[in-house]
Write a protein that binds this ligand. Structure first.
Ligand SMILES: Cc1cc2nc3c(=O)[nH]c(=O)nc-3n(C[C@H](O)[C@H](O)[C@H](O)COP(=O)(O)OP(=O)(O)OC[C@H]3O[C@@H](n4cnc5c(N)ncnc54)[C@H](O)[C@@H]3O)c2cc1C
Length: 407
C-alpha cells in the first residue's frame, strides 16, 4: 500500500461509493478522486422502478454523507472521456487531467436501446437513471396507455408501478415466458398471474414488427396496440467504452480476475460493468447486475487495490418487489438440475436448486410480504459452504435450515 498515493474511481454508484469508503476503512490515507458522472448526489437505483405513491425521489446511497468527511475528492457532473495508460491518467469532460497509481472502473451499465430492422426506435423510452425515472413518472397519468416492451425485472416492476397509478398497461415479451433468464418457470408463472389479476395485458412470445411515429405498436401476428407511452426494458449493456478505447480485455463486460483486476495490473473494474470468474461456480465467468453484488465487488476491489489477494466468493443475491410480492434469488438457480420445493404457507414458497452432485447452488423464493427472507438467508449460507443438504430437510417447512449449517 505504501507506494500508492492516488486512486481514481470512475462512477459513484453503489460500487464506486462502497470502494471509496472501504479504502478508508482499510487504512488507505492517500488521495481518492471519485468521478461522478451525474449532476445529482449519488443515489440508489432500485427505488426508481418501485416508487411509492409520492413518486420518484432521490434516496442517497448509504454512506454518501461519510464521503465528505473522509477527504475524498468528488468530481460532480464530470465524466471521464479518456484513460491514458502510458502516463496513468484520466481526462475529464472539463479537460482536467487526474493522475492515478491505481484506477477503478465502476461505470455500471446502460439500457439496451430498442432496434427494429437495424434502426433505433426513438419512441421507446429507456429507464436507468434518476432523470429517466423522473421523466417517465412525471408524464404517467391515470388512463394513459403504456406499452412496455420486455418482461424482465424492470419491465415488470414498472408495470406494477403503472397499474398502481391506474395506467392502462400492456406488456410485450418476445420469449415464450416472462423472466426467462433468471427466474424458475413456476415462480415466473405466479408473477404473471399476479399482474393479470391487476389487469396488465400480456402479449407473450410475440415480436414487434413496427412502431409508428404516433406510437402504434404492431406485432408480428398483426395485433395493433395504441400507446401514449412506450418503454423498452430489454436488458442492459455494460459501460465499457473507456476500457475498450484504452485496450483492456473485454469479455461480456470489462474482463477481470477473481480480485477484479483487469488485463492492466494498475486498473480494476467492478460492479455491473465487469465480468469475473466466480470461485463458487468453478470459476465460471459471469456478469451480475445486482445492488448487493455491486457493493460487495466494490469493497473487494478496494481491498485488492491496496494489496489483498483474496478471491471473491460472495453468493449472488437479488430481489424484486412487484405489488405485494417479493422475489428473492440467492446463488445461481440456472446451475441446478434438481429442484426441491418448500412451501412456507400457501403463498410463500422457496425452490432449492441442486447440481448433479447434490450441491446447493441456488435458491429462489416468492412470497406476499417478506416471509422467505430468513430461509433465503440461510440458503445463501449453505450455498457459500458448498453444502449437499438433505432433500427432505429442505422440503419440510418445520425443519430449521440453520441446523444444516453445522452438518
Ligand atoms: C431501475 C433499476 C432498478 C433496480 N432494481 C434492483 C433490485 O430490485 N434489486 C437488485 O438487486 N438490483 C437492482 N438493480 C440493479 C442495481 O441497482 C445495480 O446492479 C447497481 O446499481 C450497480 O451499481 P454500479 O455502481 O455497478 O453501477 P451504477 O449504479 O450504474 O453506477 C455507475 C455510475 O457510473 C457513472 N459513469 C459511467 N460512465 C462514466 C464516466 N465515463 N465518467 C463518470 N461517471 C461514469 C454512471 O453515470 C453511474 O452514475 C436495479 C437497477 C436499476 C437501474
Amino acid at each position: 500500500m505504501s507506494d500508492l498515493r492516488s486512486i481514481v474511481i470512475i462512477g459513484a454508484g453503489e460500487c464506486g461509493i462502497c470502494a471509496a469508503l472501504t479504502l478508508r476503512d482499510e487504512g488507505y490515507t492517500g488521495e481518492i478522486a471519485l468521478i461522478h458522472g451525474e449532476a445529482v448526489e449519488p443515489y440508489e437505483k432500485p427505488p426508481l422502478s418501485k416508487p411509492g405513491p409520492d413518486g420518484i425521489s432521490i434516496k442517497p446511497i448509504s454512506g454518501t454523507d461519510r464521503i465528505l468527511r473522509e477527504n475524498i475528492a468528488v468530481y460532480h457532473d464530470q465524466r471521464v472521456t479518456e484513460i491514458d495508460r502510458t502516463i496513468k491518467s484520466v481526462v475529464l469532460t472539463n479537460g482536467e487531467m487526474i493522475s492515478y497509481d491505481r484506477l477503478l472502473l465502476a461505470t455500471g451499465a446502460r439500457p439496451r436501446a430498442l432496434m427494429i430492422d437495424g434502426r433505433e426506435i426513438q419512441q421507446a423510452r429507456l429507464f436507468r437513471d434518476f432523470s429517466d425515472a423522473k421523466a417517465f413518472f412525471d408524464i404517467l397519468a391515470p388512463d394513459y396507455r403504456l406499452t412496455i416492451i420486455g418482461g424482465g425485472f424492470i419491465g415488470l416492476e414498472l408495470a406494477a408501478a403503472a397499474r398502481q397509478r391506474q395506467v392502462q398497461t400492456t406488456l410485450i415479451e418476445s420469449a415464450p415466458r416472462l423472466l426467462g433468464r433468471a427466474v424458475p418457470e413456476a415462480l415466473a408463472a405466479r408473477i404473471e398471474a399476479r399482474h393479470r389479476e391487476e389487469q396488465v395485458q400480456f402479449h407473450i412470445g410475440q415480436s414487434i414488427s413496427s412502431i409508428s411515429p404516433t406510437r402504434k405498436v404492431t406485432l408480428a401476428d398483426g395485433t395493433e396496440i395504441m400507446s401514449d407511452i412506450i418503454l423498452a426494458g430489454i436488458g442492459s449493456m455494460p459501460n465499457m467504452d473507456l476500457a475498450e478505447q484504452c485496450g483492456l480485455t473485454i469479455d461480456n463486460g470489462i474482463a477481470v480476475d477473481a480480485c477484479f483486476r483487469t488485463s492492466d495490473p494498475a486498473i480494476f473494474a467492478a460492479g455491473d460493468c465487469c465480468s469475473f470468474p466466480h470461485a463458487l461456480y468453478g470459476m465460471k465467468r459471469m456478469r451480475l447486475e445486482s445492488w448487493r453484488a455491486a457493493q460487495e465487488q466494490g469493497a473487494h476491489a478496494a481491498r485488492a487495490i491496496i494489496g489483498s489477494t483474496g478471491t471473491y466468493q460472495s453468493v449472488p443475491w437479488f430481489w424484486s418487489d412487484q405489488y405485494d410480492l417479493t422475489l428473492q434469488i440467492a446463488g445461481l438457480p440456472s446451475e441446478g438440475v434438481t429442484i426441491v420445493k418448500r412451501m412456507l404457507d400457501d403463498k410463500s414458497e422457496i425452490l432449492f436448486h441442486l447440481d448433479v452432485e447434490g450441491r446447493l447452488v441456488g435458491a429462489s423464493g416468492l412470497s406476499r410480504g417478506n416471509k422467505i427472507a430468513k430461509d433465503i438467508r440461510l440458503a445463501e449460507m449453505l450455498i457459500a459452504k458448498r453444502s449437499h443438504p438433505d432433500h427432505q430437510a429442505l422440503a419440510d417447512p418445520k425443519f430449521n435450515l440453520k441446523s444444516l449449517l453445522n452438518a
